[in-house]
Ligand binder design. Sequence first.
Ligand SMILES: C[S@@+](CC[C@H](N)C(=O)[O-])C[C@H]1O[C@@H](n2cnc3c(N)ncnc32)[C@H](O)[C@@H]1O
Length: 288
Amino acid sequence: MNPSDYEYLRKLLKDHSGLDLSADKQYLIESRLLPLSRKCGVPGIGELVQKMKGGSSLIIAQVVEAMTTNETFFFRDKVPFDHFRDAIMPEMLKARASRKSIRIWCAAGSTGQEPYSLAMSLKEMGAALAGWRVEIIATDLSTEVLEKSKAGVYSQFEVQRGLPIQLLVKYFKQNGELWQINPELRAMIQHRQLNLLHDFSQLGTFDIIFCRNVLIYFDQETKIGVFDRLSRSVERDGYLVLGAAETVVGLTDTFKPVADRRGLYVPNAIGKPGVTTPPRLALVQGGR
Ligand SMILES: C[S@@+](CC[C@H](N)C(=O)[O-])C[C@H]1O[C@@H](n2cnc3c(N)ncnc32)[C@H](O)[C@@H]1O
């Protein structure tokens, strides 16, 4: 790949998906885009770039999708799901007792293992949620992963990654070599295509936002912009859950970490005149 094609692709990916590639990631582009160029019937990446420069929005979208990393698995990292069950949901059940409704956003939910892990966790809470309306919105930039998430069909390999056997037996039906998630769980998730670089205020506000393992691909300025928008999409007493390699620390004061709950953050009222952080679990570092 020639250096000017590489620079063109780097800038395009940064602008369209936030992906921040260092100067030495030619191999990554080649490994992801050579199969796409073959699929598009052109001999190499140079020709793909020519098509993109010619304004082919379809090719641009395919290139952006091909460059996303969609790695995910059920109950990934476990700890955030323990926080969800042991800290966030008990708190929310108290805080939302009068309205009996909870909105959860799984931003960058990839092929669905993360939103379905949340749905299974909710189902496991049983009677505690009887009569409650719980919405889970799963979004992603990639339409391809969203289609898989909507289908809720997983291979043997995929269900063996992170999913406890008793939950597999309880919530999936085997169909040959594949496993289909229970229709009731499937119906709990609404899917939407959404780019975190764009305005997402149309989704409304959420009590809980899982936004994990996507910000790691963005540069600092892009992360700050996303945190700023997320802070306007989360309820004042809501929660943000980030991936193990992600943090707000040193980037923004719109959220603050919860003590002893790795990956868990709450909106910070500091700097917002007239707004105070509401009372909540004795979890927040430094109190209120
Ligand atoms: C590594 S996966 C993480 C999936 C899941 N959250 C998890 O932690 O297992 C990252 C996902 O982010 C999505 N993504 C990348 N850039 C995005 C953007 N700008 N807006 C929304 N989603 C994006 C990718 O398509 C991919 O599915």
